[in-house]
Design a binder for this molecule. Sequence first.
Ligand code: TAP
Length: 484
Amino acid sequence: MSTVERRLNLVGGEWVGSGSDEWISVLDPADLRRTVAEVPAMDADEVAETYRAASTGQQAWGALSAIARGRVLLRAAAMLRERKTELAALITAEMGKTLIEAQIEVDKSADFFEYYGALSRLEVGEVLPHERTEVTAWTRHEPLGVVLAVTPWNDPLLTPARKLAPALAAGNAVVLKPASYTPLIGIELARVLADAGVSSGAVNTITGSGGKIGQALLDDPNVHAVSFTGSNEVGAEIEQALLGTGVRLLAELGGKNAAIVLGDADLELASTTIAAAAFAQAGQRCTATSRVIVQRSVYQDVIERLSQLARDHRIGAGAGQGTTLGPLVSSSQRASVEAFIARASDEGATLRAGGRRPGGAELQHGCFLEPTVLADVRESMEIWTEEVFGPVVAVLAVDDEAEALSALNASRYGLAASIFTRNLQAAMRFVRAADAGQVAVNLPTSGWDVHFPFGGFKESGRGHKEQGLEGLDFYRQTKMVVVA
Ligand code: TAP
């Protein structure tokens, strides 16, 4: 019998383990010798059981008025804020980000429940004109049924919140399948929602390896929509599995976000903003800046500033005093990032900062890696084209604005992009030309508020934007009504 704490899944209002008694260990990425807790490895039968519970739960939840559902979401927002310190500590323990980053994540997650909870009082259809004056015509919104939310490990509370808040506001039941590296905070979110008064079966969690239970998750007749955030590979598998089923799919996928620095930019602003967007959460953010395109006249200056900012970081456990950069989520993620850096060097890029595991006995058992700046990068290099998902920036020199825009858009991804310039016309040309879902001028590629539509173009996203009013539309269907 294990002495490690075990956290159970919420299914149909009950906390359940696994019939097979198989458990997944959740490790602390700052010290892999420490198991934070274990969660059940559910099997296909348990997945089917969860969907049945969700289907039943949806009927009661969907029958509530939108205002009553909104009240529950507002209560959940308040509870997330009340429990912020404890929840942030759990995020740091299983994912590695610093406590400050985790606290910001809790706050923003609460914002989602506040926003969609408050919107419930605006849950109005549209009254439309009709040829016959005695006919009243209007639209009403109805839930889809059961929504499967599949989420990655990098923002393990925020990404579920981004999906659950609108899905629940619209009257759906949700089955949340969190990433296996970071399932604990998703389970805690379910607990908060249950404590806030969500009806039994409206929120359910499934833990288990996506590779093993993926088919059971996607094949079930009770699932009506899938909201996925994660890699392009898994996104493509899910899309294939759902082809021809009529199940709605929203997919937020990978990115290779670029920031342009023109010769006239405020270089202090550009460098500090880009470094923050590149290295926060050890670069494990979908909107992290990973490509920097710099006009040749200021190229060396920008490289030196970014390198100094990388070296200034205090690397350590996310919970440690004064830490500004935590570990990567796992040893395999670190190995993957290290391999990217090694191949970039082989292809001719110059390592200007970082790229190594930091010294110090206290860091030897964690997945730490120094923030890294690579110069002399060419557009043909893998480090320029492929997503790294770690604290690494590749910096490219260009002659002028036109070349910068061309390099920006020569990517299969299109999530976020930014430009640093004092020239308004150049900024507006960038806004029009950038082939990305989120664009920013003199601001980071990351950090988009809950009421801003969010999602990528090209291979960065499929189906629908998340967040804001557009985000709500994915989780509901519109019925057109005419009454004589
Ligand atoms: P993935 O490996 O794609 O995993 C995402 C989720 O899918 C996990 O819960 C995973 O479960 C599950 N999964 C794996 N195989 C599955 C299958 N066959 N069927 C159903 N579910 C399956 O991504 P990750 O490594 O967690 O996250 C990093 C990636 O997410 C990066 O590419 C990053 O760009 C992307 N991301 C994108 C965004 C946006 S908004 N565009 C935001 C954050 C992250 P297991 O953990 O059990 O394998």
